[in-house]
Design a protein around this ligand. Structure first.
Ligand SMILES: Nc1ncnc2c1ncn2[C@@H]1O[C@H](COP(=O)(O)OP(=O)(O)OP(=O)(O)O)[C@@H](O)[C@H]1O
Ligand code: SF4
Ligand SMILES: [Mg+2]
Length: 391
């Protein structure tokens, strides 16, 4: 198999229909309620790890799910897989709502690759046993066929067929992740959910695993949900990007569209966090300002407002819905649509929401500042809406 991944970031070419749809998904966890909490009469607090998330995966596409640590990416991925119980919402596959407890045939259609290849493989089983056990559980093939399938799969993921008789501890991190990918593919799933599959790996092998995944998606005609912290990682791998913040999807767009014209200030912050390799660049890497709020105390209104440099009074009280960018066609198409949950993403914008201002959250270089104007970036002075503190 070729190790060169096609540049999928240019966006989707044809729409082959929706494979999986998540509608209003919520997952709530209880905070541990200690004896001291109970004695002091403290109420049990709950955390909305995923809070009414919507996501659509089209057959044959690679969709990236990005966001800071704790934004709920893994919980959403696990909820789609049926590995975490839902508190609300539905997961639909090929138009059929999937039950919380998945049937074996439904489970077979979607498989997951986890972040840590060290803990995700049973150290007591040989690689061959890891792969053939799954085939056996699902009643697929005779024993000799199962072994042949497993050996072929090891070749497909770039390992020697002799890896069949080895134990996971005998492999490097990158090789273990190849075994984990082979395990995810052995049941011939339609959907691959990869939860930060390279972030635990040495930088030198990350690109080879990304190339492997991109190539497998192409050659096996898979649909992939690729979870990542870092937007840079997904740019050339994924057709579309969904950005998650504090349990919600806040922006979705075809990849190049998102990089060229991000409409949510959080996405812009994530993009600014990507280190630039331009020689002589004076732009500091800043990213999103401040720390994420506690998920036990989600801010009112727009949940991003305490960190948003462009927040207005309206943002503090009114929760923005995911809104579709106006387009020349009136027909909604979730494969090419650009949606964002920001009051000012596409509509009438206060002056501060002009794209050129949003792109310059770090401010101008001090050398370019006119001493007569103490803050030339402060276009919010023209905003018709009252500003709120960004604390
Ligand atoms: N089993 C659990 N019980 C209680 N809280 C949990 C549980 N799993 C996750 N959480 C909390 O839910 C929130 C979302 O966690 P999640 O792991 O989904 O985020 P993430 O975006 O995948 O983060 P990371 O990038 O660090 O992997 C976090 O606040 C986390 O602490
Ligand atoms: S709705 Fe307001 S606070 Fe939220 S992202 Fe948009 S400008 Fe910022
Ligand atoms: Mg995670």
């Amino acid at each position: 198999m070729s190790e060169t991944v096609a540049d999928r970031g240019a966006g989707p070419a044809t729409d082959r229909g929706v494979l999986l749809e998540a509608d209003g998904l919520s997952v709530v966890f209880d905070r541990p309620h200690s004896l001291a909490d109970r004695l002091r009469g403290r109420p049990r607090s709950r955390l909305h790890a995923v809070d009414g998330a919507h996501l659509t995966l089209h057959r044959g596409e690679s969709l990236a799910l990005v966001g800071e640590s704790g934004s709920g990416k893994s919980t959403l991925a696990r909820a789609l897989m049926g590995l975490t119980p839902l508190d609300a919402g539905t997961v639909t596959m090929d138009g059929t709502v999937l039950p919380g407890h998945r049937s074996r045939s439904d489970a077979r259609r979607m498989q997951m690759v986890f972040q840590d290849p060290y803990s995700s493989l049973n150290p007591r089983l040989t690689v061959g046993a890891v792969l053939t056990e799954l085939l056996s559980v699902h009643g697929l093939g005779a024993r000799s066929e199962r072994e042949a399938t497993a050996r072929n799969l090891l070749t497909l993921v770039g390992l020697s067929p002799s890896a069949y008789d080895a134990y996971p501890r005998q492999f490097s991190g990158g090789q273990r992740q190849r075994v984990a990918i082979a395990r995810a593919l052995v049941l011939e799933p339609e959907l691959l959910v990869a939860d930060e599959p390279v972030s635990a790996l040495d930088v030198s092998v990350q690109a080879t695993i990304l190339n492997l995944l991109g190539g497998l998606v192409e050659s096996l005609d898979l649909t992939m949900l690729f979870v990542a912290h870092n937007l840079a990682v997904v740019r050339h791998l994924c057709d579309r990007v969904a950005v998650m913040y504090l349990g919600r999807i806040v922006e979705v767009a075809p990849t190049e569209q998102l990089f060229a014209d991000p409409r949510h200030p959080y996405t812009r912050g994530l993009l600014q966090a990507i280190p630039r390799l331009t020689p002589g660049s004076r732009v500091p890497v800043v990213g999103v300002q401040g720390d994420p709020p506690s998920p036990y105390a989600v801010p009112t209104g727009c949940r991003f407002h305490p960190r948003c440099p462009l927040a207005t009074e309206r943002c503090r009280v009114q929760d923005p819905e995911l809104t579709r960018a106006p387009s020349i066609t009136t027909e909604a198409n979730s494969r090419t649509d650009h949606v964002a949950a920001c009051h000012y993403a596409f509509g009438d914008e206060p002056a501060a929401h002009r794209p050129e201002v949003l792109l310059d959250l770090v401010g101008p270089d001090p050398a370019d500042t006119d001493p007569a104007d103490p803050d030339p970036t402060d276009d919010r002075r023209e905003s018709p809406e009252k500003e709120v503190s960004s604390t």
